[in-house]
Design a binder for this molecule. Structure first.
Ligand code: PEP
Length: 261
């Protein structure tokens, strides 16, 4: 089954609204013909309205980096799924390791958020990954499989194109230290195998698994050439529009259309 690749920018806590406008204006004409790759831009809350407005008639998906799973109420500082839908947001990152490690989000919270996003028709990009210590002490698969199992327990049975997973080894995020293509393939193929066991072939063959962790124009081709890597979730190298466009172009050329996999 062919999977359409995705290239996603995660700006993290970067860019003013003015900078977001310039960036979005730079990428929009360049992705017009990129119909072989889904492009998403995950931006800070303050830029969401403007990026959603600028991208509404395009194929670019405006995405949020965070939200809370309740719809409204006494949750100071939080933003809900209906609020995101209200301004035209199409996707959300869930369980990014920075939210897990710095803001204490646990597997339970990540699972509930994923379920809420799915119910509301937002595309969740669910991040999983291990620390260096976990990798070195053979705890990597326990960690990753536990993260995925908790999410899969909580959600109904979405189609493969309604949810995306991102394998993001924590030691590779923002460090310049990229996983080798073989290591990234090994992890993403194990993740696909687990999803096959937990659900079925149809889901496992159609769900997209991205790689994240110091992906950049210099290494994107060898990473996305791997059989089970369906694109990227990119922080640092997505901050400049030109660099992100290179990542989109490489993904479009190398991976689509894909013959039956
Ligand atoms: C990320 O933010 O998810 C990420 C992978 O960051 P970087 O590309 O900077 O490692």
């Amino acid at each position: 089954m062919a999977r359409k690749p995705m290239m996603a920018a995660n700006w993290k806590m970067n860019k003013t609204v003015r900078e977001a406008q310039d960036y979005t204006a730079a990428i929009l004409p360049r992705v017009e013909d990129s119909d072989g790759v889904d492009v998403a831009v995950f931006v800070p809350f303050t830029c969401l309205g403007e990026v959603a407005r600028m991208t509404e008639d395009s194929s670019v998906i405006a995405g949020a980096q965070n939200f809370y799973y309740e719809d409204s109420g006494s949750f100071t500082g939080e933003v809900s799924v209906p609020m995101l839908r209200d301004i035209g947001i199409g996707a959300v990152i869930v369980g990014h390791s920075e939210r897990r490690e710095i803001f204490g989000e646990d597997d339970e919270m990540v699972a509930r958020k994923t379920a809420r996003a799915l119910e509301a028709g937002l595309l969740p990009v669910v991040c999983v990954g291990e620390t260096k210590e976990e990798r070195d002490s053979d705890g990597m698969w326990d960690k990753i499989s536990g993260q995925i199992k908790r999410v899969m327990e909580e959600i109904d049975e979405p189609a493969g194109d309604e949810i995306v997973f991102a394998y993001e080894p924590i030691w590779a995020i923002g460090t310049g230290d990229t996983a080798t293509p073989e290591d990234a393939q090994d992890a993403t193929s194990q993740i696909r195998g687990l999803l096959r066991d937990l659900r079925d072939d149809e889901f496992a063959d159609s769900v997209r698994i991205l790689y994240g962790g110091s992906m950049k124009p210099e290494n994107v081709e060898e990473l996305i050439a791997q059989e089970d890597i369906d694109g990227g979730l990119v922080g640092g190298a997505s901050l400049e529009a030109e660099s992100f466009i290179k990542l989109i172009d490489a993904t479009q050329e190398d991976n689509w259309p894909v013959e039956d996999q």
